[in-house]
Design a protein around this ligand. Structure first.
Ligand code: PMP
Length: 402
C-alpha cells in the first residue's frame, strides 16, 4: 500500500493500537503494529501453529518453510544473504552475542574498541562487560555541535590497536544519521570491524549492508512494526563462520555425545532452543508491510513531520532543540522550567504520548547537560494532527507552569 493510500484509509483501523484519538509520538521506543502483522502472528499462533525444523508431519514442515521465509525476507530487506541472518531476542541480544562470541574470541588486553558519546546503553554495556573480562580498552568518539558522531575525530582517534568500531546508524535521541560508509572506510582502514546499531535506521532508511560495507548490523523487530521478542544480527558469512557458539542446547548442534559435541553452521549455531516462531513470522509480515509502502516514502513522510515540528518549536524562545535539522523521524527538546516528565504527564492527559527520560543514553544526557529530554518520534502512521496536538499540549503545559 502506498503512503498516500495508507493515510487516506482510516489508519486507526489499519493500526488498532492507534484507536481512540490517541496521538502516539513514541515510535522510536516501539512501533504500533499494522493489522497485517497482527493477522500474521495470530494465524501463526493459531491455525498454522507447530514447531519448526524437527517435526515429521506436514504442519511442522509448513511452519519451517514460513519461518525460513521470514529469514529470507529479512535478508532481502537489508541486502544480506539468508545464511547471514541470525534471529535473536532483539538488538540488545544481537550486540551481546557479538561481544560474547566474536569479542571474547578475538579481542584481548591491548586491543581497543571505538564507541560514540550518543550510543544507547545496549551498545555500551556489552562492551564494558567484555572489557572487564578481556582487558580491552574503550574509546569514546565525540559529537559535532549539531549532534552527529564526529567522524573527523574518529579518524584522528583510530589506531591499528582498534579492532572494532560500534556505532548507532541513527541516534535514538537526536535522530542524527551516521555516514556509515565513511565509518566503514575509517574502521577498515585500521583493520577494525564495523558494527552498526540499526534499531532506529531500519524503520526509516533503506538499508543495504553490502553497500554500507559494515561487518555486523543489529536491529529489533518491534521498532519495525513487528512483534517484540525477536530481532536480527546480520554478520558477514565469513565472520559468522569463525564465531564460536554462544548459548548451548537444541538446534545449535551437529552431533552431541559425552565425548564431545560438534556444532551446526550459522545461523542455527547461534539459535539454541526452540526459536521465536510466531515472532519471526510476524517480523516477516512487518518486512512485507514496510517494503510494500517503501522506505523512500516513509522517510520523506517522517522528514516532513520533523521539519514542521522543528520549525514550530524553533519559534518558541523557551524551547531548546537537540540534534541536527535533518534528524530522522526523532525530535528531542526541552521546555524551560518544566521537567520532561511533567511535560510528558500533562501531554498524556491530552492524549499525546511522548517519551521523557534519558532514553537509555545517560552519557549523552551528561554531554547535553540535562537529566532527561522530551522526545517526539514519528512513524509511517504519524500525521500533522499529531504535531498539532503536541504543540497544543506544550502550550497548555506552559500555562500550567505559569
Ligand atoms: N539501540 C538503539 C539505538 C535503540 O533505540 C534501542 C531501543 N531503544 C536499542 C538499541 C535496544 O533495542 P531493544 O531494547 O529492542 O533490544
Amino acid at each position: 500500500m502506498s503512503m498516500a493510500a495508507l493515510l487516506e484509509t482510516n489508519r486507526k483501523v489499519l493500526f488498532p493500537g492507534l484507536a481512540g484519538g490517541w496521538h502516539y509520538l513514541d515510535t522510536a521506543a516501539t512501533a504500533q503494529k499494522p493489522q497485517a502483522v497482527i493477522d500474521a502472528t495470530v494465524a501463526a499462533m493459531g491455525r498454522d501453529y507447530a514447531t519448526v525444523h524437527r517435526g515429521v508431519y506436514a504442519r511442522s514442515a509448513e511452519m519451517t518453510l514460513a519461518f525460513e521465509a521470514a529469514r529470507r525476507k529479512v535478508a532481502g530487506f537489508i541486502g544480506g544473504r539468508e545464511e547471514e541472518v541470525v534471529f535473536t531476542r532483539g538488538a540488545t541480544e544481537a550486540i551481546n552475542l557479538v561481544a560474547q562470541t566474536w569479542g571474547q574470541a578475538n579481542l584481548k588486553a591491548g586491543d581497543r574498541i571505538l564507541l560514540s558519546l550518543l550510543e544507547h546503553h545496549s551498545n555500551i554495556v556489552p562492551w564494558q562487560l567484555l572489557a572487564e573480562r578481556t582487558g580491552v580498552a574503550i574509546d569514546v568518539c565525540p559529537l559535532t555541535s549539531d549532534g552527529r558522531i564526529d567522524l573527523d575525530a574518529a579518524e584522528a582517534m583510530l589506531t591499528p590497536a582498534h579492532r572494532l568500531v560500534a556505532l548507532a546508524h541513527v541516534s535514538n535521541v537526536l535522530g542524527s544519521t551516521l555516514d556509515a560508509s565513511r565509518a566503514a572506510r575509517l574502521a577498515h582502514g585500521v583493520g577494525a570491524k564495523l558494527l552498526l546499531d540499526g534499531c532506529q535506521a531500519v524503520p526509516r532508511l533503506a538499508i543495504d549492508v553490502a553497500a554500507l560495507d559494515c561487518d555486523f548490523y543489529a536491529f529489533s523487530a518491534h521498532k519495525l512494526y513487528g512483534p517484540t521478542g525477536i530481532g536480527v544480527l546480520w554478520a558477514r558469512a565469513e565472520i559468522l563462520a569463525d564465531m564460536p557458539p554462544w548459548q548451548g542446547g537444541g538446534a545449535m548442534i551437529d552431533r552431541v555425545s559425552f565425548a564431545g559435541t560438534t556444532f551446526a553452521p550459522p545461523p542455527p549455531r547461534f539459535e539454541a532452543g526452540t526459536p521465536a516462531i510466531v515472532e519471526a513470522i510476524g517480523l516477516g509480515a512487518a518486512v512485507d508491510y514496510v517494503a510494500g509502502i517503501g522506505l523512500g516514502a516513509i522517510h520523506a513522510h517522517e522528514t516532513a513531520l520533523v521539519r514542521t515540528l522543528r520549525d514550530e518549536l524553533r519559534r518558541m524562545n523557551d524551547i531548546t532543540l537537540f540534534g541536527p535539522e535533518d534528524s530522522a523521524g526523532i525530535v528531542s527538546f526541552a521546555l524551560e522550567g518544566v521537567h520532561p516528565h511533567d511535560l510528558g504527564t500533562i501531554l498524556d492527559e491530552e492524549g499525546v504520548a511522548i517519551r521523557a527520560g534519558h532514553h537509555c543514553a545517560q552519557p549523552l544526557m551528561e554531554h547535553l547537560g540535562v537529566p532527561a529530554t522530551a522526545r517526539a518520534s514519528f512513524g509511517l502512521y504519524s500525521d500533522e494532527d499529531d504535531v498539532t496536538a503536541l504543540l497544543r499540549g506544550i502550550d497548555r503545559t506552559r500555562r500550567i507552569f505559569g
